[in-house]
Ligand binder design. Structure first.
Ligand code: SF4
Length: 413
């Protein structure tokens, strides 16, 4: 799949999170990055590092850890040198924790302007960041907006109030000559966060960190985050993203990575499993076979689109763009590569065959996969099963046309 060029994205200035092996640039021409946050106590160094490695493996480019007390700051000092990705310290209320996190060597701070409000504290932290070359994310949150702004906007959280909060923070930073900044204006309401980010993107050229805050458990949290973040990314807004799910954070990293892949903003890393919704023509339990295929490919880095289709009548044609697919017919599976039939396997071996052919394609490519097949034999078998199904089921297996006729008769009478 073609990865979108930066020309399609709103231009932003780049901000780089340092790391000895894996520095990550956010904004500019850098690909949109994925973030997640640990749920362990940061003082638990080994437990937190284990989670960070899991998040990185699932697709996180950047990981945030809370820095809420002295033990957490000490934990960060031990985590940062061993982390595979840049670490961001999450700071609320206590500017002293921001200074402690800088001593721990973090790659970035996240400050909430709603709860660190004293200008002298904000400017002190910004000066330290300026001197150390450490960027800050201004993390405005609709639920913890500065009370003065909340009052100013009539006791309602509005996009204007959220953007003004970010601009106030930027103004404090400017007073000490610091602008190495990315910004988020998250809300739990999807329409509110979309409007806030749109407004912010018109006002600043800082890179934007997108998220729907407190999106909640699956599946609702996934839907809200995908809707809000996806809508903005499709408009070219956003440089780094986080799904805030009430779930194992690995799900956040996976979801973020998958969203970027399906929007064509990152190269595909894992299998994109597509499957038909099933209908009266289905020759197998499509849901069950697709679930088995999903489990078989879950832990594997195979950058292919793979299709599970319920019947050979329409399956190979409808999924002809998939790298590899299988369609059921006459108690057997018809394998196809880029729409070309390549093999026939017993029904209970369909998933194993998909795995075997996927491995072959990853190693040798789709052309070699077609070349090794007896295409004529596979095509004849598929055509036989297709014809048999058409004869048995007819063209109108879902009885749609019959129903249309019945409706017409009823309305005429
Ligand atoms: S026609 Fe075949 S491929 Fe299409 S939804 Fe029905 S079973 Fe699936």
């Amino acid at each position: 799949m073609e990865v979108r060029t930066t020309a399609d994205r709103r231009p932003t200035r780049p901000v780089t999170l340092a790391h000895p092996r894996q520095p990550v640039t956010v904004g500019g021409t850098a690909p949109v990055s994925v973030q997640s946050m640990t749920t362990t106590k940061t003082a638990d160094v080994d437990g937190t590092l284990q989670q960070i490695y899991g998040l990185a493996a699932a697709g996180a480019d950047i990981v945030r850890c809370t820095c809420n007390d002295a033990e957490a700051a000490a934990g960060l000092a031990r985590i940062v040198p061993r982390s595979p990705v840049p670490i961001v310290a999450d700071i609320h209320h206590q500017h002293r924790m921001a200074l402690a996190a800088l001593e721990a060597g973090v790659a970035c701070l996240r400050l909430n302007p709603g709860n660190i409000r004293k200008p002298e504290h904000i400017k002190l932290v910004a000066s330290e960041c300026r001197d150390r070359g450490v960027p800050i994310r201004i993390g405005v949150n609709g639920g913890s907006l500065d009370p003065a702004l909340y009052e100013k906007y009539g006791g309602t959280v509005t996009p204007e109030a959220m953007v003004e909060s970010a601009e106030q923070e930027l103004a404090y930073f400017a007073e000490v000559g610091f602008d190495d900044v990315k910004i988020s204006v998250k809300a739990s309401s999807v329409p509110l966060m979309i409007d806030a980010y749109r407004l912010l993107s018109e006002r600043v050229d800082h890179p934007l960190h997108l998220g729907v805050t407190e999106a909640g458990p699956l599946p609702g949290g996934l839907i809200k985050s995908s809707a809000g973040i996806g809508a903005l990314l499709a408009e070219g807004i956003g440089d780094t993203i986080r799904f805030s799910l009430t779930a194992d954070p690995v799900e956040e990293a996976r979801a973020g990575r998958t969203l970027l892949e399906v929007l064509g903003l990152r190269e595909r890393k894992n299998v994109d499993l597509i499957a038909c919704p099933s209908c009266g023509r289905a020759e197998i339990d499509v849901i069950e076979v697709a679930a088995r295929a999903q489990a078989a490919f879950a832990e594997r880095e195979i950058p292919l689109q793979i299709a599970v289709m319920g019947c050979v009548v329409n399956g190979p044609g409808e999924a002809k763009d998939a790298d590899l697919g299988i369609a059921a017919g006459n108690k057997r599976g018809h394998l196809f590569v880029k729409g070309t039939n390549v093999a026939v396997v017993p029904e209970d071996e369909m998933v194993d065959a998909l795995v075997e052919w996927a491995d072959f394609i990853v190693e040798h490519g789709t052309d070699a996969a077609v070349a090794r097949a007896d295409v004529a034999v596979a095509q004849r078998a598929a055509e036989r099963d297709r014809s048999r199904l058409l004869v048995e089921q007819g063209d109108d297996v879902n009885a749609s046309e019959q129903r249309v006729e019945l409706i017409a008769k009823r309305l005429d009478s």
